[in-house]
Design a protein around this ligand. Structure first.
Ligand code: CO
Length: 171
């Protein structure tokens, strides 16, 4: 089911999400709703808090242009629960956007190489290592679990400019 996306500057985006203890049907329903919502909004990643659920759950689906006409495939979705960074190395800059701050795209600096330990929807331990777009996406989504959004990483001047333009949009 497609759920409403929490839009900046909603205070819920500042919550520190809680660790998942029960890997039950309720969690699976949450993951399925997150997928439906992400796809409906044409996103490549979503954290649970973005649909108002403060739990350490995120999903990522980076469609491949050469497969399924570039459309997302549910079974290819990475479902990450209770993630922990094991390694964070180097730095790189890429353009990022966020379903909670629609139509805003900014270059953001992140670690280039990451190793993350997490659990899947059945509570099984998994590890992921990446030094490409997935590494960026995971860092962006884990920030959401810690109550942070990507525009907080902008310089003071760029952040001021963003806030001014963002306010204008809702007048
Ligand atoms: Co986001």
């Amino acid at each position: 089911m497609v759920r409403d996306v929490v839009i900046y500057p909603d205070k819920r985006l500042k919550l520190i999400s809680k660790e998942v203890m029960e890997f039950d049907l309720k969690l699976h329903q949450l993951l399925d709703d997150m997928y439906d919502t992400m796809v409906a909004k044409n996103g490549v990643g979503l954290a649970a808090i973005q649909i108002g659920v403060p739990q350490r759950v995120l999903i990522i689906n980076i469609p491949n242009e050469n497969i399924n006409d570039g459309k997302p495939i549910k079974s290819e979705t990475l479902e990450v629960i209770n993630p922990v960074f094991i390694k964070k190395e180097g730095s790189c800059k890429h353009q990022e956007g966020c379903l909670s701050i629609p139509s805003v795209y900014e270059d953001i600096e992140r670690a280039e190489h990451i190793v993350v330990e997490y659990q899947n929807r059945y509570g099984e331990k998994r590890t992921i290592e990446d030094n490409d777009f997935l590494a960026i996406a995971i860092q962006h989504e884990i920030d959401h679990l810690d109550g942070k959004v990507f525009i907080e990483k902008l310089s003071f001047i760029k952040r001021k400019k963003f806030e001014k333009e963002w306010k204008k949009r809702f007048k």
